[in-house]
Design a protein around this ligand. Structure first.
Ligand SMILES: Nc1ncnc2c1ncn2[C@@H]1O[C@H](COP(=O)(O)OP(=O)(O)OP(=O)(O)O)[C@@H](O)[C@H]1O
Length: 251
């Protein structure tokens, strides 16, 4: 579903992503782990179009996406969340959801005037979908609240919900568990599994090993910009290369 071939991203002399080749198979929940500074977030930023790769190929479902803008990649079906979610705090949860859909008829000035009926019908469909997704994520009671009042965990659910508005094929989750209380984390994990059963492919960065071990297969390990190994969670847990990658990180 997502194919990386020798992807490089440098910052000056630092090769933060140093020739990463990786295949994320369709409908998997693939984990991406590694010590701090391994290059995981830089790799996400490069896949999702925040950075232009300095080398290599990135394909989404066979189509080259390396170098496209983040919004173009998003609308081709690859969504990503951030370590720290950034909803528009003064807008309501529902309004935040309605920022995601694209190709809205009303975006064109003349359409807004001349095709008012079609614009209204599309707005209604988007609103219905937003309500459905908000309910699915367990945020129904907060639909009309400003997003700024949500807890960190609820904001992560909202971020994922926003991505679902565009029917993504692949979702990159950057540390979904960080700062999320155990009850919400359980709820987030259930949603990820349910969405994965519907066919959505996930690649997720996570330091919470319990989450990685219970959710992800395979697990890919990065260190110093490179893929150290990948395999089933049980194999990764005991692999000496992985232990070395983490211990090498200790002072
Ligand atoms: N915008 C940037 N400019 C310069 N250097 C950067 C930039 N972003 C990341 N780096 C450096 O690139 C390397 C990889 O960082 P990155 O954040 O991708 O690692 P990570 O594996 O996601 O770490 P963590 O688990 O701590 O989030 C680090 O040495 C980091 O300092």
């Amino acid at each position: 579903m997502l194919q990386l071939d020798n992807v490089v991203k440098t910052f000056g002399a630092l090769r933060a992503v140093d020739g990463v080749s990786l295949e994320v198979q369709r409908a998997t929940i693939t984990g991406l782990i590694g010590p701090n500074g391994a290059g995981k977030t830089t790799l996400f930023n490069t896949i999702a179009g925040a950075y232009v790769p300095d080398g290599g190929q990135i394909r989404l479902d066979g189509q080259a996406i390396g170098g496209l803008r983040a919004d173009q990649i998003f609308h081709r079906g690859l969504g990503r969340t951030f370590q720290i979610p950034r909803p528009l705090g003064t807008l309501t949860v529902t309004e935040n959801m309605l920022l995601s859909p694209h190709g809205q008829i009303g975006e064109r000035f003349w359409n807004a005037w001349l095709r008012r009926g079609a614009v209204r019908a599309q707005d209604r469909r988007n609103l219905e979908k937003a309500r459905e997704v908000i309910a699915f994520m367990g945020l129904g009671h907060l639909a009309d609240q400003p997003a700024g009042v949500l807890s960190g965990g609820q904001q992560k659910l909202l971020e994922l919900a926003r991505i679902l508005m565009v029917n993504p094929a692949v979702i990159l989750l950057d540390e979904p568990a960080a700062g999320v209380n155990p009850v919400l984390l359980e709820s987030l994990m259930e949603r990820i599994v349910a969405l994965n059963r519907q066919g959505i492919t996930f690649l997720l960065i996570e330091h919470n090993m319990d989450m990685v071990m219970s959710l992800c297969n395979p697990v890919v390990v990065m260190a110093q910009g490179k893929v150290v190994m990948q395999g089933e969670p049980a194999a990764v847990r005991t692999d000496p290369r992985v232990v070395n990658a983490y211990l090498g990180d200790q002072p």
